[in-house]
Write a protein that binds this ligand. Structure first.
Ligand code: TXA
Ligand code: MG
Length: 346
């Protein structure tokens, strides 16, 4: 299949942009289009059609029991596809459009193929202007997982998407780099209580300003045991992993640097380094993952750094273990999965 690549040069007048209108038509008619969001690139299809989900699953190589997030243009559109409640609207007021996904009971307008057979649906209203204009142009809700091949790090640049999806889908919209870099926060509601299923840029502290209680699902920080009940099915798969084994180092920065010095003298490794430390390792393969104090910068660089690290043909990748507070919880969750929970305690 020939994949059309559309570059968006200006965010002005997107609703009149001929390329966006054309991509909207492709989606409405059952085609698959990759598009930028503020979190990561999405692989979109018409969420009201059975067979769009089939095409998305095929392009990703994803098992079909893994449900897709349904993207809408404005928070109120959730009424058409889900049973909303008061807490949904409080969350929408605070965080939508933006990087938050809410799981709600589904209505019949969304086929079971999109929700992986579940009677709930994940609703998200992205803030990226291109994503918003595209959903409006399509005139239908857009089902979209991250636009990576299943198991690989999520794509945060158009080149990452082209690497994984060129030749497999109808169209890729290049809207530049994604600002946040980690997928949306996912919550499930029970009255005014929320359970966090996937951490993201909307942190537990931020959620607790709106919800009565915020519970953190054990799957966010722990390894799931065989046969354990999974509330968010996507969490059970190997995720975000580079092909080169990744190991996280848990200790003081000085201990981690000594360990990295020792290892890099003996092995062909790649180091994921905070910008403060790159000058210490000029002659060793390394990737600058941002300043240690700037979690937003680290988030925006994480997935692309993992992809870059994989291209260095090394035998192992070492990274600092992040703190679990604030946005750090999302970084911790993605890195732990990428490392398949391999941690060295120093
Ligand atoms: O930021 C994002 O959320 C990106 C962009 C493209 O919007 N999308 C994304 O989709 O990360 P995906 O498919 O890679 O991750 C969706 C996650 C999966 O872990 C899936 O299991 C969970 O959402 N999910 C979807 N529907 C669900 C449901 N009804 N109940 C529980 N979990 C659900
Ligand atoms: Mg994904």
């Amino acid at each position: 299949m020939k994949t059309q690549i559309i570059k968006i040069d200006t965010l002005d007048n997107l609703t009149k942009n001929k390329d966006i209108i054309k991509a909207g038509e492709i989606l409405k008619n059952g085609g698959v289009v990759a598009f930028p969001t503020e979190t990561v690139y999405g692989l979109g299809g018409n969420a009201t059609l059975d067979d769009a989900a089939v095409k998305i699953y095929k392009a990703k190589g994803r098992p079909s029991d893994n449900p897709l997030i349904v993207h809408i243009a404005k928070a109120e559109d959730a009424e058409l596809y889900a049973v909303t409640n008061e807490c949904y609207y409080s969350l929408a007021k605070a965080f939508m459009p933006g990087p938050l996904t809410v799981i709600l009971p589904k209505k019949n307008t969304i086929p079971l193929s999109v929700t992986g057979g579940l009677d709930t649906v994940a609703i998200r209203c992205p803030s990226h202007p291109v994503a918003n204009a595209l959903i409006r142009a399509a005139g239908v809700p857009i089902a979209a997982p991250s636009a990576n091949i299943s198991g690989k790090p999520s794509p945060t640049t158009a080149s990452d998407v082209i690497e994984d999806m060129d030749g497999k889908i109808d169209c890729i919209i290049d809207g530049g780099d994604c600002e946040i870099g980690l997928e949306s926060t996912i919550v499930k509601l029970d009255g005014r209580d929320a359970t966090l299923l996937r951490p993201g840029a909307v942190t537990p502290d931020a959620l607790s300003f709106v919800c009565d209680n915020v519970f953190i699902s054990p799957s966010v920080t722990e390894v799931l045991k065989e046969n354990e009940r999974v509330i968010s099915p996507g969490m059970k798969y190997r995720h975000y992993s580079p092909d080169t084994p990744l190991v996280l180092l848990d200790g003081d920065d000085s201990e981690i640097i000594s360990f990295m010095r020792e290892k890099s003298a003996k092995t062909d490794c790649v180091l994921l380094l905070y910008s403060e430390y790159t000058t210490l390792f000029q002659d060793v393969k390394h990737i600058n993952v941002g300043s240690s104090a700037n979690l937003a910068e680290q988030a925006s660089k994480l997935f692309h750094s993992l992809r870059l690290a994989d291209k260095q043909n090394a035998t192992i990748i070492y990274a600092f273990m992040p703190q679990k507070t604030g946005l750090g919880l999302a970084l911790y969750n993605r890195l732990m999965r990428a490392a398949t929970h391999t941690v060295i305690k120093l």
